[in-house]
Design a protein around this ligand. Sequence first.
Ligand SMILES: Cc1ncc(COP(=O)(O)O)c(C=O)c1O
Length: 307
Amino acid sequence: MKEAKYIWKDGKLIPWAEATTHILSHTLHYGNAVFEGTRAYMTKKGLAIFRLKEHTKRLLDSAKIVCIKSPFTQDELEKAQVELLKANKDEYKGNVYIRPIIYLGYGVMGLNHINAPVNVAIAAWEWGAYLGEEGLNNGIKVKTSSFVRNPTKSFMGKAKAAANYLNSQMAKHEALACGCDEALLLDDNGFVAEGSGECFFIVRNGKLITPPYDNTLESITQATTIEIAKDMGLSVEQRRITRDEVYIADEAFFTGTAAEITPVRELDARVIGNGKAGDLTKKLQQAYFDVVNGENPKYSHYLTYID
Ligand SMILES: Cc1ncc(COP(=O)(O)O)c(C=O)c1O
């Protein structure tokens, strides 16, 4: 990890190395915390955060779902992220990943979390392609996970909650251990849900198909991709997909803040399409990069520039 100079913690900028927490922090034991993953792109006009408002809103929505009272408002948290990036500006030479987290600190033990102190921290560091440059260009190899995506009867998947990610972590580990790059998780009815940290799309006969939100995080990149695709005149269908439909798809790709638009070239040893990044996937990927890099004025309202 490429360290930066400061981390924002509970309203103050502190040196990176001093952003530590007590071993008896409630979250460390019982897993209740919510976080975000947001990117800032090094555009021609300088660093710009992509969809800061939406990510910050989802952070606060996540906190509401898991009954954590944020001590900071939407406006304060947006300003804090801008302040942090400004303070670290000279450290960043490329794109940046921002990780705000609302967690439960030191002072209370036992499962009841309501009286635990709430802490908020924001870190931001330079980070390249999550699934690798090679994957971004030529596609990745994916395995259908043996882990079912956290079912909605037991988990609250609209929250980007730390505890939800044990499922993702195990699925990711299994995929890597089996020689793949990423996992595709099915829901408890056997339909495609999402990747370990991404949403999923296929292309069939020129049409984009992506699962409904029932068993996915409400993804900001998925929404952006749908918006871009519609702008390009493509038709987009949000409906259930089976794993065998993926095998016979013309193209497939993952979307996510970290993963951006990453083509999928293989699922469970079945080659998707021609086994390369699909033509439509490439077009959408280019359009997405234009949007996040401030090259498409129609989407400039999604960017918060750091001056
Ligand atoms: C489980 C999961 N699904 C989907 C996504 C994609 O969401 P977004 O596009 O908002 O980053 C993520 C990443 O945050 C994720 O962790």
